[in-house]
Design a protein around this ligand. Structure first.
Ligand SMILES: NC(=O)c1ccc[n+]([C@@H]2O[C@H](COP(=O)([O-])OP(=O)(O)OC[C@H]3O[C@@H](n4cnc5c(N)ncnc54)[C@H](OP(=O)(O)O)[C@@H]3O)[C@@H](O)[C@H]2O)c1
Length: 278
């Protein structure tokens, strides 16, 4: 249970995105005052002159790098933001990171170096990647998910669990300072199995087609993704999906004292909300 939510103001970056929107909701439900930070509220990662207004007077911040945290620019940006947050009085920072992503380590280190109490939440692949964003859009529109995920298994995590872990870290006093929970779902599923569960929940024929990483890169380029970004994503997926993450972790149980939500519940609820209506 929250120890110190009263009069606590938390800046939630990425507040219009998949992770940040759920963290904002969970934080409000826990009694925190949320300051939503995205371009809609005048905060821009690319413009340091917009940072102070959102940070001034805040006690804590949840940091979401707007593109993958393994991006070469992430450590510099997150480190500078963390330093500014601490200089303006924030005492606690929670960073969204990725499980098994070695390239995320410099960004994690940069946040640790800020001097704040920090927690690094290393999330598995989001279940909501199947219901929100570009992959989801392709699945909904074409009925097919084309991805270089092979037959590798991943414990897809429901972002509501990620949000609950983040809020536990924000409200726990000293308990979770310095923690690096790996947050995942309770079951290992291949991408094919995940799409099959979604098809069952959506009452619609949906399929998964595994493609080699290089072919996927060429597809991205065909969709207009700049060459450097496509290459980065191909290398990222190849490393994350090489089998290193085909295991369960205990972050949800350790921080929340309960089991993670199951993928089947995610699929049923997202289907009911119309996520895969053709
Ligand atoms: N996807 C996964 O499975 C997974 C797993 C583990 C970790 N992660 C990490 O999660 C992060 C992405 O989170 P997400 O999926 O929630 O992101 P998302 O849904 O793509 O949302 C991105 C957020 O960033 C904001 N944003 C983008 N550009 C901005 C700018 N210049 N200034 C201010 N805000 C900006 C967007 O707000 P506006 O556009 O409204 O301004 C939006 O709120 C990445 O760092 C990734 O490494 C992802």
């Amino acid at each position: 249970m929250a120890e110190n939510t009263r009069n606590t103001t938390v800046v939630v970056t990425g507040a219009t995105g998949r992770a940040g929107s759920r963290v904002a909701r969970a934080a409000r439900a826990a009694g925190l005052t949320v300051r939503a930070a995205s371009r809609a509220t005048g905060f821009d990662w690319g413009d340091v002159t917009t940072w102070a207004d959102v940070l001034r007077g805040a006690d804590a911040a949840f940091l979401v790098h707007p593109v993958d945290i393994g991006h070469p620019d992430a450590a510099g940006l997150l480190g500078a933001f963390a330093d500014r947050a601490v200089a303006l009085g924030a005492r606690r920072l929670v960073l969204l990171s990725a499980r098994g992503e070695e390239r995320a380590r410099p960004a994690e280190d940069a946040v640790r170096a800020s001097g704040a109490d920090w927690t690094v939440v290393r999330a598995a692949w989001f279940a909501q990647n199947f219901s929100e964003g570009p992959l989801a859009e392709e699945l909904r529109r074409t009925g097919e998910l084309v991805f270089p995920g092979g037959e590798v298994a991943e414990p897809f995590v429901d972002l509501r669990d990620v949000a609950d872990v983040v809020v536990a870290a924000l409200t726990s006093g000293e308990t979770y300072a310095g923690g690096e929970p790996e947050v995942c779902g309770p079951r290992l599923l291949t991408f094919g199995q995940a799409v099959a569960e979604i098809a069952g929940a959506a009452g619609r024929e949906l399929s998964y087609r595994a493609v080699p990483a290089r072919e996927y890169g060429e597809r991205l380029a065909g969709f207009g993704v700049p060459a450097a970004e496509a290459e980065f994503l191909v290398e990222l997926f190849a490393s994350l999906l090489d089998g290193r993450n085909a295991r369960l972790s205990d972050g949800v149980r350790r921080f929340l004292g309960r089991a993670p939500r199951d993928f089947a519940d995610f699929a049923r609820e997202a289907a009911a909300a119309g996520a895969w209506k053709g």
